[in-house]
Design a protein around this ligand. Structure first.
Ligand SMILES: *Cc1c(COP(=O)(O)O)cnc(C)c1O
Length: 396
């Protein structure tokens, strides 16, 4: 009944099946369906010989617990990786990936569309430790070859881009990077391995902010760093050096989210695309940033490489006074205004990439909003936004 991690399990079962069964073994826990929460620092050894020679699967709470193993085993299967570490946040997972891949004297290429705190870590920490960082145009594709230097050790990709939603040709970038023996790191939070299997597409180290769709409830912070056989040892060493371990309750909640992630993501994706099309037809809207739309510049890549969309996209409005925008957003009943996303509830934030981009110019032509479409009925969401647009027009 239980799906033991075996080499052929990955070939035999579809991702939806793996999500349900991976990383748990009722036979090992008195028949209970789920792996319990193991809390603990100390692990006791039965004998002098056992502690002297570190015999036993578990040694100390920071390095591994059965609860941690349940999630990392499941994620490794899902992502098609050689191994995974679980960290206390998505940003922490990114820092583990970067610290595992680059050293003093190395050159790192980072997409200009990267999650902003990723940039801040590169500029604020990696630069201090002697890593040189160059930002590149996200749509560069195989043109990344022109930016590679003899000491380029890693290329960071993120698709679609944070806030701006550019698609990236990850396989093309990976081919160039691998020809120069550089590591490809991807922030795969938007798609999850369900919609973009990172390691199959040439990614060496993949990062997921589990805070988003793995949680699905806006109630926890967690990150995952998965890697292929070449890079997993370095990722694991870096995780151990920092003792970058997540809390037991958060891991348990993430496991609970994992079992239903496929179903939730499908609905977020369906409703998101429906809402994106609805925005496209609005007279107040200039452009919708969603790779699932045929008009989107990244649509061909998305169709080729992705199995679907999640529920996050951007909307550029025609120019309006700021008071009109405030009137629209302040009166919304169903869209909360706040950072993060991936939960069951709809969200909106205003954004502006102009202040921090360095390789590309951000000039969208009007105010930019990022929407996350939750699990509400889309007719209710449209009615709420319709009233919002009426307030916007009245205040213009
Ligand atoms: C939210 C987010 C992160 C960081 O996750 P936290 O758990 O909030 O640290 C990383 N990358 C992307 C694309 C995100 O949206």
């Amino acid at each position: 009944m239980s799906l033991k991690p075996s080499p052929d399990a990955q070939q035999t079962f579809a991702p939806a099946t793996r999500l349900v069964h991976a990383g748990r073994d009722p036979g090992e826990q008195h028949g209970f369906v789920n792996t319990p929460i193991y809390r603990g620092s100390t692990v006791l050894y039965p004998t002098y010989d056992a502690i002297k020679n570190r015999r036993g699967r578990y040694n100390y709470g920071t390095s591994a617990t059965p609860t941690m193993d349940a999630l990392t085993t499941a994620w490794t299967e899902l992502a098609g990786a050689a191994g995974t570490v679980v960290t206390p946040s998505g940003l922490a997972a990114l820092t583990v990936a970067l610290m595992a891949a680059v050293s003093a004297g190395d050159h790192l290429l980072v997409t200009d569309s990267a999650y902003r705190p990723t940039r801040q870590f590169c500029d604020g920490v990696l630069a201090r430790y002697g890593v040189e960082v160059t930002y590149y145009d996200p749509i560069i594709g195989a043109g990344i070859a022109d930016l590679m230097r003899p000491n380029t050790r890693a290329v960071l990709v993120e698709a679609p881009g944070s806030q701006s939603f550019e698609m990236q040709d990850v396989p093309a970038i990976a081919e160039v990077a691998h020809a120069r023996d550089a590591c490809v790191i991807m922030d795969n939070t938007w798609a999850t391995p369900l919609l973009f299997p990172p390691h199959e597409r040439g990614v060496d180290i993949a990062v997921e902010a589990g805070t988003k769709y793995l949680s699905g409830g806006s109630d926890l912070l967690i990150g995952l760093t998965s890697a292929n056989a070449r890079y997993y040892p370095a990722v694991r060493r870096t995780f151990d050096h920092f003792a970058m371990c997540a809390g037991a309750e958060d891991i348990f909640l993430a496991l609970r989210g994992l079992r239903t992630m496929n179903l939730r993501l499908r609905e977020h994706g369906r409703a998101g695309l429906e809402m994106a099309r609805w925005f496209q037809a609005r007279p107040e809207v200039l452009r919708v940033l969603h790779p699932g739309l045929p008009e989107d510049p990244g649509h061909a890549i998305w169709t080729r490489d992705f199995a679907g969309a999640s529920g996050l996209f951007g909307v550029i409005l025609k120019p309006v006074p700021e008071v009109a925008l405030a009137a629209m957003l302040d009166g919304l009943q169903l869209f909360g205004m706040g950072f993060s996303w991936g939960g069951f509830e709809s969200l909106v934030i205003p954004f502006d990439c102009a202040g921090y981009r360095t390789a590309t110019k951000w000039a969208p032509g009007g105010p930019a909003l990022r929407f996350h479409i939750g699990l509400e009925d889309t007719a209710d969401l449209k009615a709420d936004l319709d009233a919002g647009f009426a307030r916007l027009r009245a205040a213009t």
